[in-house]
Design a protein around this ligand. Sequence first.
Ligand SMILES: Nc1ncnc2c1ncn2[C@@H]1O[C@H](COP(=O)(O)OP(=O)(O)OP(=O)(O)O)[C@@H](O)[C@H]1O
Ligand SMILES: [Mg+2]
Length: 268
Amino acid sequence: MAGLKVNNVSMLYQVPKGDPVEALKEVSFTLEEGEFLTVLGPSGCGKTTLLDILAGFLEATGGDASFNGKPINGPSPQRGMVFQQAALFEWMSVEKNVGFGPRMAGVPKKEIQEKTQHWLDVVGLSDFGSKAVYELSGGMQQRVALARCLANDPELILMDEPLGALDALTREKMQGLLLKLWKETGKTIVLITHSVEEALMLGERLFVMAPRPGRIEKEYRLPFAAQGVTGNSREIKAQSDFIAVREEILSIIWGMEEEIMGRKGEVL
Ligand SMILES: Nc1ncnc2c1ncn2[C@@H]1O[C@H](COP(=O)(O)OP(=O)(O)OP(=O)(O)O)[C@@H](O)[C@H]1O
Ligand SMILES: [Mg+2]
């Protein structure tokens, strides 16, 4: 029963005037424990909807999902979430942010301090614990968000474009950090991104989703994340097999975008 099981999950949003939106239609997949899945697809194909259902923030209108045998029917510390904007508690120090979950769970003070220090070390922010959130750069805030998520020791980590707001160099460094964390913690990770390169570099599995209705259009199993744990990501991205899959996925997504634009054009 281990791992993530998603069984015929559908999401129909009711709209006040007009037809309901079929954000997801009978999406099914399984993810083994410890796998890293990335999800790509044009805007509106249901990526956030899927993640919100897996987080338990949103109740699917059809189907069901479970993680490690436990049904997903609400938020749980078993599942941690990282958003595009760090969504940190602005009024708390960095260490108070990281220790928030354990504090809420009633973990003894000394243990909270140890956990906080450990995760701040892992994300390279051990000297910043007493800083206020607003004193940090965007990349540093995202690292605090990751540390805060990891301090809860979730079994499944869900990330919705966590690196989307970062500059290119910081983003590349954060990709390396995510691979290192994945390798060291063995966590199961689902990460949504708009960047094809990022999806290829991080996901040992990759889904390309399509819109209307939202669904999984194509699935890949990839060697690059495993290579990237120890290897140089620049060299991996220059490999001919990496470039070949990148171009294939780009043309699939461009095809979808063109279809979406074409339909809009018809309406106008
Ligand atoms: N609360 C809502 N009510 C009605 N429709 C919604 C709601 N949330 C999302 N939708 C619609 O559901 C579809 C999927 O939205 P979703 O946010 O999951 O897409 P996405 O793939 O995350 O897009 P993006 O890449 O822009 O973040 C879209 O057509 C969107 O307009
Ligand atoms: Mg989204």
